[in-house]
Write a protein that binds this ligand. Structure first.
Ligand code: DON
Length: 305
C-alpha cells in the first residue's frame, strides 16, 4: 500500500504547479505550495504514509463536519436544522448571495462558511474558553492526537482580515439565525478553523466517521451513528463546495476540504484518508490532493456509488 501511495504522489505532484496557496488569510501564504502528502488509516488500524505527510496545516473547513457533530449531539437535528439547511448551494464556500435571496433567510448547509458560523453559535459552554475546550476535546479524541491545538498566527491573521465572514455573521444576527455576541461567535469559528493538524490526524477522523462513530480500539460509540451518517451525507453533497458533484463522480467518497490544503475522506467500513497539498484550485480545494484521490479511488475501487 505504501508503494502505491508513493507512486500516486509522484504521478500527481506536478499538479501543484497549477494551483495557488490561499492568500485571503495572509498567514496561509507561508504554506509550502509544492507539498503533497497522504496518510491512509484502514479499518484494521494499519497506517500507511507517503510524500510530505509530515506537513502541518490548519484544518480550516475540515473542522465544519466535526463542530456539526458536536452541535447535533448538544441539540439534536431538529434544533440544528432550524438554523441551517440541508441543501448544496452550487456557490463558493464564502458566498453570501443566497443568504438574502432564499426565504426564510437561513444558510443553505453547515459546510459553507455562513452555515458553519451558525453552527458555532450554538456550541454549548459557559464562555468561549469552555466551548473551545469542548471542540478541542472532540478533535483530540477522534484524531487520536491529544496534542492538537490552534495555530495562533493563523487564528490572529483570519481574525484580523475575516471581514466577509464578519459581514455574514452580522447579517445572520439581523435575520435571527444567530443570537448574542457576534465577535465572540466569530472568534470561536476562527479558532476552530485554526486547529493545526497533519494528514494522519485527519485520516484518523475520517476513519472514525467511516466506522460510524465507534472508537475502533475500545468499541465505544463516541458519537451516535445517525449523527455520523448525517455528517457524511453533507460531506458527499457539500464537502467539496461547488465541486462536490464532480468529486462524487471522480472519487465517490464522503470528503471535506479546507483552504489550508487538507482533504479528509471517510470510506465507509474501509478507511480514513488524509491528504495535504496547499496549492488550491479555483474552488478552494487542494488541486493535487483531488488528483491523488481520483487515482487512489480508481486503484482501490473506493467509490461508494
Ligand atoms: O472561513 C474561512 O474562509 C476559512 N476559515 C475556512 C474556509 C475553507 O477552508 C474553505 N475550504 N475549502
Amino acid at each position: 500500500m505504501e508503494l502505491l501511495l508513493s507512486e500516486l504522489v509522484s504521478r500527481n505532484r506536478h499538479w501543484t504547479n497549477f494551483g495557488n496557496v490561499a492568500t485571503y488569510i495572509p498567514e496561509l501564504k507561508n504554506a509550502n505550495k509544492d507539498a503533497l502528502g497522504i496518510v491512509v488509516v484502514d479499518i484494521e488500524g494499519n497506517i500507511y504514509k507517503a510524500g510530505d505527510y509530515e506537513t502541518k496545516f490548519t484544518i480550516q473547513s475540515i473542522s465544519k463536519p466535526i463542530t456539526l457533530m458536536l452541535a447535533l449531539m448538544d441539540y439534536g437535528p431538529d434544533h440544528v436544522f432550524e438554523k441551517v439547511g440541508m441543501e448544496p448551494t452550487g456557490d463558493p464556500f464564502n458566498s453570501m448571495r443566497k443568504l438574502e435571496t432564499i426565504n426564510p433567510s437561513r444558510p443553505l448547509n453547515p459546510m459553507i462558511n455562513a452555515g458553519a458560523i451558525a453552527v458555532a453559535s450554538i456550541i454549548r459552554g459557559k464562555d468561549n474558553e469552555e466551548k473551545m475546550d469542548r471542540i478541542l476535546q472532540l478533535f483530540r479524541k477522534i484524531s487520536k492526537n491529544p496534542n492538537l491545538n490552534i495555530n495562533e498566527n493563523v487564528y490572529l491573521s483570519e481574525k484580523k482580515t475575516g471581514d466577509r465572514n464578519r459581514a455574514m455573521a452580522y447579517f445572520l444576527r439581523d435575520v435571527g439565525i444567530i443570537e448574542g455576541d457576534v465577535e465572540a461567535i466569530l472568534d470561536l469559528y476562527f479558532k476552530q478553523c485554526s486547529i493545526e493538524v497533519t494528514c494522519e490526524d485527519i485520516a484518523h477522523i475520517g476513519m472514525f466517521l467511516a466506522n460510524h462513530g465507534v472508537i475502533k480500539e475500545t468499541g465505544e460509540q463516541y458519537v451516535p451513528k445517525n449523527i455520523t451518517q448525517i455528517v457524511k451525507t453533507f460531506m458527499v453533497t457539500c464537502g467539496m463546495y461547488d465541486a462536490s458533484g464532480e468529486f462524487a463522480i471522480q472519487v465517490g467518497v464522503p470528503a471535506k476540504s479546507g483552504v489550508g490544503g487538507g482533504i479528509m475522506c471517510a470510506v465507509p467500513n474501509r478507511m480514513g484518508i488524509g491528504v495535504v497539498g496547499p496549492a488550491l484550485d479555483k474552488k478552494g480545494n487542494s488541486i493535487a490532493g483531488v488528483k491523488v484521490l481520483e487515482s487512489l479511488s480508481k486503484e482501490l475501487a473506493l467509490s461508494i456509488f
